[in-house]
Design a binder for this molecule. Structure first.
Ligand code: UDP
Length: 412
């Protein structure tokens, strides 16, 4: 259940709250669709789940469509995802064939539902729908959640020309922007402060969650919450923790993750993580089912340090979630993370396993300093990375795209 729009007013202030409602009024009657490839798992689904009902409440008629796929399609799109992040993974002709076959099947299913003035496509999985369905007069926007600052060239040769056919594209970080003839917008992702994942929780629930997963509330807890994915570097997390343990033997590590229905890799990665953890009783690996939002919320709140050891990252909502909960964050300086973790202000940015270990020790040894940074982190999120700011930016973008040539959209 999402919270009513009025509940956000005390968090963001009346002026911002009213501005967003007014922007929304200008978009009434212009139907839109958001399209992605999963309803559960990963940041995109997390955002859409909270954003779409709120936009509808604001009077903006947005439908959320999810494409369907087959294993060979999701294997292909995961390869494309990794290659866009820069991994040298080639797309084979079979993968490209599977991509277009599944795009055709989804186009047939969604033809009528996507017959709307504006279609907003998230990431490469549904991107091919444009070639099958875009009609004269419609606007299609591509929302890129991936770090495409240095893609593996064959991956960009596949996606780049497709993106060029969109009327506009949206990136999370300036370094992801591309040489393209169409307008590009920079819009950072966000979290919903009132969703189960982020709302305040009773201490008792947090304690019971720790007990349920056999975590000791009296020992320092280092946590990474992430899909089991190589780019989240779970093995690097374990390596960093093992270094920390040499000086802080009471510390515990929690790697909490799960799978996403559009990500076939996680099942292959989990065994390697379990093997690396070995018999170390201080390392806890939790394979959580979808929609474990309250549990993740509790585990983040109970953490002494939240780690994000990603090798590549679009934005990392897990970092936003931790900062919002005033948790000290140690995170790699990749992708959109430096927008959130400002070194010496909101957390600790690192570049290596060794750096991560040093920063974690620093948090454990200097809890007062770490708490000051974490408090700043919450305010940084409040000002920049809440769902309301995200909706405001999207509404402004929709107005721009639907009113081409108008330099100013009058709000009053
Ligand atoms: N998440 C979750 N269960 C898990 C792992 C992650 O609910 O087992 C959530 C996490 O709390 C965050 C989102 O999925 O809200 C992940 O978003 P992020 O941007 O960090 O990474 P992505 O998975 O999109 O690469």
């Amino acid at each position: 259940m999402s919270s009513p729009y009025s509940a956000y007013r005390p968090i963001i202030g009346g002026a911002e709250h009213d501005l967003i409602a007014r922007l929304a009024e200008w978009l009434r009657g212009r139907d839109m669709a958001m399209v992605n490839s999963t309803r559960d798992g990963g940041g995109v689904a997390e955002i859409l789940r909270n954003m779409v009902p709120l936009m509808n409440e604001l009077g903006v008629a947005v439908d959320w469509e999810v494409i369907e796929g087959r294993p060979d399609f999701f294997a292909a799109t995961k390869t494309l995802h990794n290659a866009l992040h820069g991994r040298p993974e080639p797309l084979t002709p079979e993968m490209i064939r599977a991509y277009w076959e599944v795009s055709d099947l989804n186009a047939a299913k969604l033809r009528e539902r996507l017959d709307k003035p504006l279609v907003f496509i998230h990431d490469p999985q549904p991107a091919g729908l444009l070639r099958r369905l875009k009609k004269e007069g419609q606007k299609w926007v591509y929302r890129c959640h991936v770090d495409v600052s240095s893609p593996y060239p064959p991956a960009w040769e596949f996606l780049g020309p497709l993106m060029e056919e969109y009327d506009a594209s949206v990136f999370s970080h300036p370094s992801f922007a591309q040489k393209m003839s169409k307008p590009q917008f920079l819009i950072a992702p966000s979290i919903d402060p009132l969703a189960d994942k982020n709302k305040p929780l009773p201490e008792d629930f947090i304690r019971r969650t720790l007990e349920r997963y056999q975590l000791d509330p009296d020992r320092p807890l280092v946590t990474q919450v992430s899909r089991f994915d190589k780019l989240k570097d779970p093995l690097g997390v374990i390596e960093a923790f093992q270094k920390v343990k040499r000086t802080h033997p009471r510390a515990q590590l929690l790697l909490a993750g799960g799978a996403a229905s559009d990500d076939p890799e996680s099942v292959h990665i989990l065994p390697a993580i379990l093997e690396a953890a070995g018999k170390d009783e201080s390392i806890h690996i939790l394979d959580l089912p979808p929609f474990s939002d309250l549990e993740i919320n509790a585990l983040q709140r109970a953490s002494t340090v939240v780690l994000q050891k990603s090798l590549k990252e679009g934005f990392a909502l897990t970092v936003t979630e931790a900062l919002w909960k005033e948790r000290p964050v140690v995170a790699m300086a990749v992708g959109g993370i430096p927008l959130q973790v400002l070194p010496g202000k909101t957390g600790y940015l690192v570049h290596t396993v060794e750096g991560a270990a040093v920063a974690i020790r620093r948090v454990l040894d200097n809890p007062v300093e770490a708490q000051v940074l974490a408090r700043n982190g919450r305010e940084h999120v409040r000002q920049n990375f809440l769902i309301t700011r995200h909706i405001r930016d999207y509404l402004a973008l929709f107005l721009c795209v639907l009113n081409p040539g108008q330099a100013v959209v009058k709000l009053a």
